[in-house]
Design a protein around this ligand. Sequence first.
Ligand SMILES: [Zn+2]
Length: 92
Amino acid sequence: MERKGVIYRIQCNGCKMCYVEETGKSSRERIKQHNDDVRLERDRNDIYKHIRDTGHLVDWSKVKVLGQEDSAVRHNYVYLKLSFNCTIWNIG
Ligand SMILES: [Zn+2]
């Protein structure tokens, strides 16, 4: 059975900024990748750049899965943006 991707949100603890992304991998795997990027200070990662530039922290335990990539969620990023009161950093 083919595994569907998920849409998830990573929220900054220091401000209303959040990162919404779609991934074909499991969200756990992708989040670990972000976590490693931040830990290893990789510039290519938007989350790391935000942390570096602001000194804010991200609580990885608060990452929220918003839905499957084929659900209505995918077509409603504007709604997401409004309902979660955050700036979308990136949509994969
Ligand atoms: Zn922040």
